[in-house]
Ligand binder design. Sequence first.
Ligand SMILES: Cc1cc2nc3c(=O)[nH]c(=O)nc-3n(C[C@H](O)[C@H](O)[C@H](O)COP(=O)(O)OP(=O)(O)OC[C@H]3O[C@@H](n4cnc5c(N)ncnc54)[C@H](O)[C@@H]3O)c2cc1C
Length: 507
Amino acid sequence: MALGLHSSRRNFLVGAGGFAGAAAAARLMPGAAFAAEAGGAYCPPPSAWSDLAKAVKGGVLRPEDPFFADVCRPNNLRYGATLPAGIARCASPADVQACIQWVKQQAMPFAVRSGGHSYAGFSTTPGLLIDMTRMTGAKPLPGKDGLVEVQGGTLNSAVYKQMERLGRTITHGRCDTVGAAGFLLGGGIGFNMRKYGMASDLLHATELVTADGSHVKVDAGTDSALYWACRGGGGGNFGINTSFTLETRPAEAVTVFNLTWSKDLPKVLKLLLTELATAPDDFGSKINVTIPSRQEQCDKAPVRVSILGQLHKSKVTLKEIFKSTWEWIDWSKSELLEDVPYWAAQDFLVETTFPYYYQEKSSYMKAADIGDEAIAAMFDWAAKMPATSMPVAFKFFQVGGAINRVGPAETAYVHRGYDWLFTVEANWWRPTDSALLIEQALEWQQRFYDDVNRRTKATGAFQNFPDPALADWQRAYYGENLAKLAEVKKAVDPTMLFTFAQAIRPA
Ligand SMILES: Cc1cc2nc3c(=O)[nH]c(=O)nc-3n(C[C@H](O)[C@H](O)[C@H](O)COP(=O)(O)OP(=O)(O)OC[C@H]3O[C@@H](n4cnc5c(N)ncnc54)[C@H](O)[C@@H]3O)c2cc1C
């Protein structure tokens, strides 16, 4: 297929001889002989590590270096035992190209890391960890109205700081330590999404180093299939993205809220899910049904229903939007801040997190398909949860609005036409929770998920919440766009240099 890559081929590091190969060919290269696996460890000779250190200007860390363990620790500690043989701290596209050349020469597995928040540990590897976090920063493009260029390893916190300085915003999440790369490439959800679309809908251009070592730029102007694939095709599939150019929007004051209900929870949840589905696009929300931890249950903490969100300036009031549930809000446990400057309001909504152990499952629902019987089943499942040392929530992220005005095949992000993105968590801590309890919690999660999906006709799964236990993940993440994504993969990475447990395969 014609990819129509707008290839500037800048910084093309080596000539045809050095970079021509695919992974299979690379295994025959002289250096590959040293990449023997010894007891599960990858052992290139010291000279190979020195070559890498000379080529990667941002530096290379080996296990004996201070801070090695801190740099390679993933957010999901479930995958924290997989330690890399080395970490390349890329500071430029040329560093990224040097890494690609080196892993091919050494036949070394590798993973790309920005924020390290992959739910399924897809940025962990026993080989080379290509750490992008030294490529950080976000700057407005002069003369390009509202366009901001974000470096490939920037964390969300740095993007938000720059947006605040500029008085602008995008569709963004709540967690500062998530990487912009993973967030954007898998779609990217947040409270603005009903007004501005998915974060990937705002992606105007991106630069990436592909499997053949070239550094290419794809953008709205080229209309290439690779540009299409970078808008929801998921991180780590098509290359290493070194920058993203985003359309931004003016940051205007919002009303923010965290509201709680303490009684008639099934009735409240049903009303929230049905009545809020007709809210204006200015309204963004996430409903949480929180199941207490083991200790909290001993302390008689109840299951809670709450909603967190924001309302842009609107002709409709929050009271009108919430309709019947407004009267039953437990104001002793609720907060509402009106007309707050945009970025100050985000401090209220921010999610402060720390690494722990988890698995999340997701699917997409339409409000009309969520009946009383499904809601009753959700609360039955909540009562049956094998309580671990951490609370667990099932959640409903409100989608719809601008997201649904883009067709499913217009970008790689296929999940259009829904009202809610449903998720259910399993959270635990080691060694506080036993292996048996963790197994029971995961089984509970699977049965809850299957039952709720069946009762609500929910489908799909969010590729930014990858689930290692999902059977047909290809269809679930990419639906009708899978075939085109496989064609793009075939064109840019036919031998799957970029691979992980749920990587897109070439057609
Ligand atoms: C606490 C928490 C809060 C979250 N909140 C939100 C939210 O509000 N909205 C939302 O949409 N999602 C949210 N997520 C999900 C998050 O967007 C995804 O997990 C995302 O993939 C994480 O990106 P990362 O760069 O932090 O992770 P990483 O683990 O570094 O990367 C994720 C994937 O992208 C690849 N990748 C990383 N950098 C690059 C790059 N430069 N080029 C190409 N591929 C790359 C990795 O190889 C991996 O496959 C949240 C996750 C957590 C843990």
